[in-house]
Write a protein that binds this ligand. Sequence first.
Ligand code: PEP
Ligand code: MN
Length: 339
Amino acid sequence: MIVQLKEEITDLQKDKLINEISQIGYKITEVKTQLGDYLIGIGKNDFDIRKIGQQEGIKDIHIVSDEYKLVSKKWKVKPTSIDLGDGIFIKDGDMAIMAGPCSIESEDQIVKIINHLKATGITMMRGGVFKPRSSPYAFRGLGIDGLKLWYGLAKEAGIKIVTEVMQVSQIEEMYPYVDVYQVGARNTQNFNLLDELGKVDKAVMIKRGISGTIEELLQSAEYVFSGGNEKLILCERGIRTYERASRNTLDLNAVPILKAKSHLPVIVDPSHGIGIREYVPQMALAGVMAGADGIIYETHEIPEKAYSDGQQTLDFAQSTLLADWIRKTFAMRKSFTLI
Ligand code: PEP
Ligand code: MN
């Protein structure tokens, strides 16, 4: 159960309400986000909400039978729109394009990529400064200094920054320089990190865990929302299966399913999803047709020389073509309605 509280509810009214709902058999958690106050009731779902719906201080009340509650579409039919400022949105009915290198490498590289994005009309740049790498000897990112350097150049160009946060202690130092905090596939169930991102008033994009189910991704998003932050984006980036012919198995089934289950925007990452440069464009377009609200992909001036993930990174010519195809495919998707 989700009870949306009125802003002006008094402590007395709230205590009375909590008491009453608890007595029916619900375990109540109080949630305060940047946008509203809620009571989340965990318990039976066959309760007639009219019994308490007339109480003072209640804005609305909903029965949500899903394990996750606040990210469910069952109570919030209106899709969540993420406003990054300067007219840049990530939202249903739109096609966000986020592109950039796997890793931020140097000032020269940042400038080249920003110039490419500007020429291609892309306003969101992805890139890692804290890199989760399978080997401790691999390049692990330029760290906070790299982010500061990137921020200066991106801000001047009107480009928004999407970058991974790996641990709680990085949240605050990154804060002034980030537009979207990315939670990587290896951290999807780092619940301490998710709790802390709940306290931040910036967008958070959560990638699906390497072996994570759709339900687990939604539960991870629920952590951030119930921690206070409603600015959430979900990202399908492929899962680990028995198949070794591709880096991961991009689960495009997840796109319509997530869109049906949740009001949050859904992004597809075909670069990590398949891991093979030649096949990234078609998987990106398949993601658009599956109903994604955006695509995130890796691009670099010379992919072969990229410090990480070069094998799945597009060069600028390929990236320009892909951005164009994404927009055309999206226009086509909008021109018809699937049953
Ligand atoms: C990345 O975006 O470069 C990355 C490390 O992604 P993931 O967490 O999906 O592996
Ligand atoms: Mn990468």
